[in-house]
Design a protein around this ligand. Structure first.
Ligand code: PEP
Ligand code: MN
Length: 338
């Protein structure tokens, strides 16, 4: 249930709503907007309480039942789009934020060379996998701690934020120390124990859509991240499994519009993991920006032929340069910039 306070409602009036909710055993979360405060009443059995119980309280403008399973990620709770500050880079604002870099960190040279090039070409964040969630246990699993140190060096030497994936609870603290954004991979979208721990952080989290998750399941997973007060959540559409087998995953372009309609969270698109082939990356990337995505997560490798992971879908530097040039006019056409 979402209780919207009137403009100018006093703190006492908000407190009264909160106390009433607590008296029923419900949790609450406040969205202290610049104009109005919105109170989310949280609990699995809020349906048993009539909306009038809150509507009658002084300072309350309206009470809405949220029929969707997610509440904190919803527009009812937070009517305006959220803008997430990532070490000085705003995600969800006018700028389309390009995050680029290798699938996996392979060496300091490989990472630094890629980072310098993508930064020069306009990327705002550098990506690089340290812990890799591989389908097979016999595939390269990442350089782990060493990769985190290399990412931290990129951050300090080049002054650019970095993103890397967190695959388990025990490494959260370590990764949070080195990275600006913690990525939850598609395979972990419903790893609720991991999401609960990440909710305790105040670091930005990128939540990828699960391989076969609906938008509703994805936004409900985002509620786990928001539940303990972490507000800095970014969504990432990376393609879903469909009957189409000519590419790895089908990018659900419509999810950009659907997410923007139902949620305040920013959404970016990863064309690389969907495409599975570098030739398809540019067209998906361009479509995503035209459709209103707040950014892109793109795999770039200085020498894809030698890549230990995902070489086929990685853009080399000249291809990334060409793509960036093609993306700029599209961003401008939809009132944004890169
Ligand atoms: C990644 O971005 O490195 C990755 C493994 O992606 P996904 O979780 O979308 O498969
Ligand atoms: Mn990859």
């Amino acid at each position: 249930m979402i209780v919207e306070m009137s403009k100018g409602a006093t703190k006492d009036q908000v407190d009264h709503v909160v106390e009433r909710a607590h008296s029923f055993g419900f949790d609450v979360q406040l969205n202290l907007g610049t104009e109005k405060t919105v109170v989310a009443i949280l609990g699995s059995d809020t349906g048993k309480v009539q909306t009038d119980v809150f509507a009658i309280l002084p300072g309350v403008e309206s009470v809405t039942r949220v029929m969707k399973p997610y509440k904190l990620a919803s527009r009812e709770f937070h009517p305006r789009p959220s803008k997430i500050n990532v070490s000085g880079v705003e995600v969800g604002g006018q700028r389309v934020v390009i995050m680029a870099g290798p699938c996996a960190v392979e060496s300091e040279k490989q990472l630094m060379e890629t980072a310098k090039a993508v930064k020069e070409l306009g990327a705002a964040v550098v990506r690089g996998g340290a812990f890799k969630p591989r389908t097979s246990p016999f595939s390269f699993q990442g350089l782990e701690r060493d990769a985190l140190k290399m990412l931290a060096k990129v951050k300090s030497d080049l002054g650019i934020p970095v993103i890397t994936e967190v695959v388990d609870i025990q490494n959260i603290g370590l990764i949070a120390k080195h990275a600006d954004i913690l990525q939850v991979g598609a395979r972990n979208m419903q790893n609720f124990a991991l999401l609960k721990e990440l909710s305790k952080l105040r670091h930005p989290i990128l939540l990828k859509r699960g391989l076969s998750a609906t938008v509703t399941e994805w936004l409900t997973a985002a509620d786990y991240l928001l539940a303990e007060g972490n507000r800095r959540i970014i969504l990432c559409e990376r393609g879903i499994r469909t009957f189409e087998d000519s590419i790895r995953f089908s990018v659900d372009i419509s999810s950009i519009a659907v997410v923007k309609h139902f949620s305040h969270l920013p959404i970016i698109v990863d064309p690389s993991h969907a495409a599975g082939h570098f030739a398809y990356v540019p067209s998906i990337a361009k479509a995503a920006i035209a459709a209103g995505a707040d950014g892109l997560l793109i795999e770039v490798h200085p020498n894809p032929e030698e890549a230990l992971v995902d070489g086929l879908q990685s853009l080399n530097i000249p291809n990334f340069e060409r793509l960036m040039a093609e993306l700029r006019p599209i961003a401008e056409a939809v009132g944004r910039y890169i």
